[in-house]
Design a protein around this ligand. Structure first.
Ligand SMILES: NC(=O)c1ccc[n+]([C@@H]2O[C@H](COP(=O)([O-])OP(=O)(O)OC[C@H]3O[C@@H](n4cnc5c(N)ncnc54)[C@H](O)[C@@H]3O)[C@@H](O)[C@H]2O)c1
Length: 477
């Protein structure tokens, strides 16, 4: 089957077709046509610039946003990029207000999904069922069941998925995970994870909804009655499009640092512990919540202290606001390896080691622990460029190629969601809460937690309705 035939088949997809989704159809010199959903902080400051520059691999042809001001900005942004990159005066860019119309465009091969977390599952599932490969910003999903559905649709449609947990494509994280997986510091007793702190803020006073914003659609599968204030959504001043949006610290659109930075650093903990097909067996702990006094709006957790138990209780992953940003693996004899963002020196003759007590991007308790392993028994999949990795995976037609593919991403995302669920269960409890988890079944017997695992749905914004539109009858969200 030719790629175009696959893509032209809109409407009802029969299950056998899904199982055989055509993937390996790109010629070496053929360009991938890319569309972007969400013209906000991350797409304009990171995802578009870091992908569009591979002009021999891809062509950005369409943008989508439910805020028309940002949609128009997106068209101009892509045209400006091509003016700089290729000298084209007026590169063609199509604009869509509704992502479903963009997905029905058969000329688009792949989409970058750069929208708030409560929207990830609906757009990702729609895109893959319409035949598109996806770049999906982290966290993979907002709930455990949403994530499992995205991963299952990725498997059935054979689409290439790359998730925005880009630290896996940065050398110091890959180096530490490979060393840990190969036993450089023996059995791992503890992993210390620091994911930063959010501050209270926002404003709960209702404001008129800007004409350019489809606010009901922005709320999507969440409560339609939430009053509008720009601090719940995003900046209306385009010169501030690169600022942190309000929703990122506002449940149920984001869960705060546990999923925000957790999708980076807990992802590295999962990788180092070689748990891309598994996860923790329990989570326990507590947190503090944002101060809502004086009409403040944001409501996610602030301080946090969580223990994740792995390997039958032999490994404790301790996520605490007292730790510096990053991931520290501690072995059975107290030796440790640490990684975080930044420029790291990693030649064996010149490793970064603690000298003045200050944390550096790549560190260890002893110099020689950082030396790379020649022919390691376990080779971690590495990539030098997260965005190029995605394009290469699509060209190869190989969903297992990308360093953050769907299954591993679902497992990391579940670990983040479990932390959020545990914190939610700990509300009002002096000693915190404890939650048992079966990674094999991706389930718990705690009914309150099970309720939190469900996908969000409201009216037309319902994953089951998306599945039904594409004729998928044997799956339920
Ligand atoms: N990988 C990273 O390092 C990193 C860092 C920060 C944020 N993120 C993630 O990137 C994503 C985007 O974050 P952001 O800060 O750019 O948010 P943002 O609010 O600045 O931008 C999101 C844009 O998406 C649009 N949008 C929302 N729902 C839509 C829909 N259904 N259809 C079309 N457009 C829609 C909004 O109008 C907005 O313009 C989030 O998932 C966030 O968690 C990733």
């Amino acid at each position: 089957m030719k790629r175009r035939e696959f893509l032209l088949g809109t409407g009802a997809f029969a299950a056998p077709f899904l199982m055989n989704g055509c993937c390996n159809c790109f010629k070496a010199n053929e360009k991938i046509n890319v569309g972007v959903v969400g013209i906000g902080r991350i797409s304009t400051t990171m995802d578009i610039p870091r992908t569009i520059k591979f002009t021999d691999q891809c062509r950005f042809t369409a943008v989508c946003d439910l805020d028309s001001k940002r949609l128009n900005h997106g068209v101009k942004f892509i045209k400006d990029q091509y003016r700089k990159l290729t000298g084209e005066a007026n590169a063609p860019v199509r604009a869509y207000a509704d992502y479903r119309d963009m997905m029905a465009d058969p000329s688009i091969d792949a989409v970058m999904i750069c929208i708030p977390d409560h929207w990830h599952a609906l757009v990702a599932v729609e895109a893959m069922l319409a035949g598109k490969h996806i770049w999906l910003q982290k966290p993979f999903a907002q709930t455990v069941r949403e994530g499992r559905l995205i991963a299952e649709i990725a498997r059935r449609t054979n689409r290439v998925v790359q998730v925005g947990s880009w630290q896996r494509s940065v050398m110091q994280f890959a180096r530490v995970c490979e060393l840990v997986q190969n036993g450089r510091i023996g059995e791992i007793k503890q992993v210390e994870v620091g994911i930063g702190l959010d501050k209270s803020g926002g404003c709960s006073t209702p404001e008129p909804i800007p004409e350019n914003l489809d606010y009901d659609m922005w709320l999507g599968p969440t409560d339609e009655k939430a009053p509008y204030n720009w601090t719940r959504v995003h900046q209306q001043d385009l010169t501030k499009i690169g600022n942190r949006p309000g929703w990122i610290q506002m449940a149920p659109y984001g869960w705060g640092m546990i999923t925000n930075w957790g999708a980076h650093h807990l992802d590295i903990a999962q990788w180092g512990l070689d748990k891309d097909d598994s996860g923790p067996e329990s989570v326990s702990g507590t947190c503090e919540w944002m101060d809502l006094s004086g009409g403040k709006l944001w409501n996610v957790h602030t301080k946090y202290d969580l223990h994740y138990s792995y390997n039958g209780g032999k490994t404790d992953v301790h996520v605490c606001d007292k730790f510096p940003m990053g991931v520290k693996f501690i072995g059975e004899k107290g030796e440790w390896l640490y990684c975080m963002r930044g420029q790291a020196k990693v030649t064996p003759s010149d490793p970064d080691v603690p000298s003045n007590g200050k944390m550096k991007p790549l560190m260890a308790s002893k110099n020689k622990l950082l030396e790379p392993i020649v022919n390691p028994a376990k080779k971690v999949r590495t990539s030098e460029d997260h965005w190029l990795d995605w394009l290469e995976g699509i060209k190869l037609g190989d969903p297992s190629y990308t360093v953050t593919n769907a299954e591993g991403a679902q497992r990391s995302s579940s670990a983040c969601c479990l932390g959020q669920m545990c914190m939610e269960l700990s509300r009002g409890k002096k000693d915190g809460a404890s939650l048992k988890w079966c990674p094999k079944k991706e389930d718990t017997c705690c009914e309150k937690a099970r309720a939190m695992m469900k996908p969000f749905a409201r009216g037309q914004y319902d994953l089951n309705k998306t599945l039904a539109r594409f004729g998928v009858t044997d799956l339920k969200a």
